[in-house]
Design a protein. Structure first.
Length: 113
């Protein structure tokens, strides 16, 4: 029983020592700086992901604009936009899921002009 008490006292001393070291670390300037850096990195990765997604949408929108411009330049009817976009998709281009209608083509030409 005496040995058990000694072991529990040693364990208690070690735990107290560890708690003290952890408290010192968590209240240290270095820990707080690292915590801020980690938070900044998380925000940067979210921003980069959003920028990447926006860039993808921009590229698909540019492709649709180029297709509409090509139709307008060659005096083809804007009702051909769906077929032209289908050809682009079959050729492996990502044309997005919107901006494929005749009314959108008219709005794009008005915007360009």
């Amino acid at each position: 029983i005496e040995m058990k008490n000694d072991n529990s006292k040693i364990k208690k001393i070690k735990q107290d020592s560890l708690k003290k070291k952890m408290k010192e670390h968590f209240s240290s300037k270095t820990h707080n700086i690292d915590k801020k850096n980690l938070k900044q990195c998380e925000q940067d990765s979210i921003t980069k992901g959003t920028d990447k997604k926006n860039e993808k949408y921009l590229h698909t929108t540019c492709r649709v604009f180029n297709t509409v411009y090509s139709l307008a330049k060659s005096c083809k009817p804007f009702s051909d936009i769906k077929e032209e976009i289908e050809v682009q998709i079959k050729n492996g281009l990502d044309m997005g899921i919107g901006l494929h209608s005749r009314t959108t083509a008219v709005k794009v030409v008005d915007f360009i002009a």
